[in-house]
Design a protein around this ligand. Structure first.
Ligand SMILES: *Cc1c(COP(=O)(O)O)cnc(C)c1O
Length: 399
């Protein structure tokens, strides 16, 4: 943004009230700023909401996903099938353990993992030889039976889990669900985060609820839950003392201040989700008939979209850069969404990916534009963004 143009709508915003401020201040008036009773209470609220047997709070969604990868036992050279249309963390956590992300192209409508490609990839990787090679990166991987799937609920819409879990069951693949964008989303009436052996919700300030930084892992697997709790806490098993560490662990603990904030946000979750739904509806009403762009596609299986961002797809002949620039000049921030993971510099260097490897992901990556979005957005602000957008699109038509 040019320093001369004042931002008229924030890109995103947390939704905080006196109740959150009071809860955080109450923790500040105690000496217990870590490992107190706020964390288990916050975990319990997320656990109950999700319907899982166990919930483990951590200091970011990324740490949560990393612990899932450790608990899954994905290690050096193991192949894990995942999507390049995601936030970088879902692939990075595999690299932390030297596992190899095997990317597959996505469903063009939802941007989520395409189950038919997943089935094909697994079958051909099992077959080996030339058939398997097609699914591997140019370097840095050896064909073998994949160990797992890491699915992502993109923009708050669940992936197609009946199809994915059928494949995972048939081929004995461990499924991790990255629900970091999807707290509260529904797939055929069931909660996002309930389909993998483990799943993670995240609470950065632009997510549905926030703890500042933070995440919660949910799982029904008691052994994995105990292991992840130990890893979160410097590898201390339940019977370990403060300076005894059964495992190689981390400090992934969530501060009590954050947990207290999260507790209140969870109490307000239904209100926050409903407000986000309203803002998304205002946008869709105004934009669904605009030419040269599409609004978010909802799959039939999505019984509730948990709106994380509001992303539009511009037509190929519209310059996204131009649209973004015109909006910026009008004081409206936007973000290109997502940048394909396989084309990030370190991924190219390590695995030899090239433009053209995942055409659908790259196409979505070129055309997606996230508009300002939060639960505190007013209808007037939505009007402002939509009016400026409707002016900008025809001006950005490439001849
Ligand atoms: C937000 C997010 C994460 C976790 O991010 P943190 O900033 O570490 O909390 C992971 N995956 C996806 C898809 C996300 O959107």
């Amino acid at each position: 943004m040019s320093p001369l143009v004042k931002e008229r709508v924030p890109m995103s915003s947390p939704d905080l009230t006196e109740a959150e401020r009071r809860a955080v201040l109450e923790v500040l008036s105690t000496p217990v700023l870590s490992m107190g009773k706020q964390t288990p209470a916050f975990e319990e609220s997320v656990r109950k909401f999700s319907g899982a047997a166990h919930a483990i709070a951590v200091n970011s969604g990324t740490s949560g996903l990393h612990l899932c990868v450790r608990a899954a036992g994905f290690g050096a050279g193991d192949l894990v099938i995942t999507t390049p249309f995601s936030f970088i963390a879902s692939s990075n956590v595999l690299l932390y353990e030297n596992a190899v992300p095997i990317f597959i192209d996505v469903d063009i409508n939802t941007g989520n993992i395409d189950p038919s490609r997943l089935a094909e990839a697994v079958e051909q990787l099992l077959k080996g030889g030339k058939a398997a090679e097609k699914w591997l990166p140019r370097k840095g991987a050896i064909a073998k039976k994949p160990k797992g799937v890491l699915a992502v609920d993109v923009f708050g819409q669940p992936a197609d889990y009946d199809a994915i879990t059928a494949i995972a069951t048939e081929y004995d693949l461990l499924l991790i669900e990255d629900s970091c964008e999807a707290l509260g989303a529904g797939y055929k009436g069931r909660q996002a985060g309930r389909f993998g052996q483990m799943a993670v919700y995240a609470f950065y300030p632009n997510k549905q609820i926030t703890t500042g930084e933070g995440g919660v892992i949910v799982t029904d697997d008691a052994t994995a839950a105990d292991f992840m709790r130990a890893l979160r806490n410097q590898g201390r098993a339940p019977e370990d003392t403060w300076l005894q560490h059964t495992h190689l662990g981390y400090n992934y603990r969530l501060p009590e201040l954050s947990a207290a904030l999260g507790r209140v946000q969870m109490e307000r979750l239904n209100e926050l989700l409903a407000k986000r739904e309203q803002v998304a509806a205002w946008y869709t009403e105004r934009l669904k008939k605009v030419e040269q762009m599409e609004v978010q596609h909802l799959a039939d299986t999505t019984t509730r979209m948990s709106w994380f961002v509001y992303v539009i797809r511009l037509a190929t002949q519209i310059s996204r850069e131009k649209v973004a620039h015109l909006l910026m000049d009008a004081g409206i921030p936007t973000r290109p969404y997502f940048a394909p993971i396989h084309l990030q510099p370190f991924m190219v260097e390590r695995f030899g990916y090239q433009p053209g490897d995942f055409p659908i992901v790259e196409d979505l990556g070129r055309r997606g534009l996230a508009l300002p979005f939060s639960s505190v957005m007013t209808e007037e602000q939505v009007d402002l963004v939509c009016n400026e957008l409707k002016k900008a699109i025809p001006e950005a038509l490439e001849k």
